[in-house]
Design a protein around this ligand. Sequence first.
Ligand SMILES: *Cc1c(COP(=O)(O)O)cnc(C)c1O
Length: 423
Amino acid sequence: MSLTEKDRQYLWHPYTQHKTSQTPIAITKAEGALLWDENNKEYIDAIASWWVNPFGHSNKFIADAIYKQLTTLEHVLFGGFTHEPAVKVAERLMEILPKNQQKIFFSDNGSTAVEVAIKVALQYFFNKNEKRTTIIAFENAFHGDTFAAMAASGISFYTQAFQGMFIDVVRIPVPIKGQEQVSFDALENAIKKHNCAGFIFEPLVQGAAGMVMYEPEALEKLIRICAANKVLTIADEVMTGFGKTGKTFAMDYVLEEPDMICLSKALTGGTIPMAITTFTQDIFDAFYDDDINKALFHGHTFTANPTGCAAALASIDLLQTKEMQQNIARINTSHLNFQKKIGTHPKVITARTLGVIFAVEIKSDSEESYYGSMRTKLYNFFINKGVVLRPVGNIVYILPPYIMTDEQLHKVYTTIEEAIEMV
Ligand SMILES: *Cc1c(COP(=O)(O)O)cnc(C)c1O
């Protein structure tokens, strides 16, 4: 039996309707921006394997750091114990995070990072004997698939089976150009009408919504409204973190600081699942008490796994090299040129770029659903051409590993141009 046949017998894949979907492609090897399947067909990974892999696949520098850690201290429980890799990750993050971030809490993935942030927002007010139980989130947000993260997420078909079982969430429009005031007013209204504990948002780019972008000034205003009303702000940088927007964090474009930040995806360079939620001293202090009940009773078995920490440290090293910063700038320039070229195409509605993120919306006769027919046609076209891209409805986006060569990037662009002609 081939790998894919055995897969079909036993495995259940994420976001997959197994009755109608095609068999998955079995990847046997990866290096840099390239993947190879079991028939030795080559693919360019133009989405960094769901946005996790900025420094390329099978990266030797990160692998060496992981191996060294695995053969020194692979894991120890983090309840009652600590270790150097965790402390070092904290120290490194303190150097690069917004200055008000003072405490870090480890977990395992983007959803748990969000779960922790939402629980902390709710318990912060519980600990202060204040009744605040509503979370504010953007329309079409994506914050993960565990329960609180799912409640905050606004992509409805992901969550429709669970409506009515969620924590209280009010949704406000994203302040895209021309819609800023509507968004500000909706936030003011939500705060007036509900007992709001926190506001969670994807800063500047909503990834899963199709790389929807909005301006830093609009986010500054929203954060100021929250601060004036003591609503805690949560920047979900799970997708945007570690260079994707052209700066280390999307919040580096924003003059106001959030109360909490969620990190995962590129944190370990796409090697070991790990996540971090960071907090202000004020938040930590609301849990710091002689009363044990005020503690944060949240943890995961693999919290602060030393191997994951070693991978994170190596990744931050790589991100901060001159070479990697030049790569990010190079890809950004390249994207802007492609945007100029493709933006005026008669079949294109709009194209946009921030950092290494590029997205183009293609005209369509009918309302394109997330996994609709245009999406399937585009996806298959790209796969046939050996380019991994996962369009969202009629939106095609690129989020390449920073080490992608100009030649590879050029092939991705040409393939997208061909796809636009094809649909
Ligand atoms: C991917 C993502 C998550 C969820 O992360 P998982 O590791 O898939 O649980 C949360 N927030 C944002 C913004 C994301 O892009």
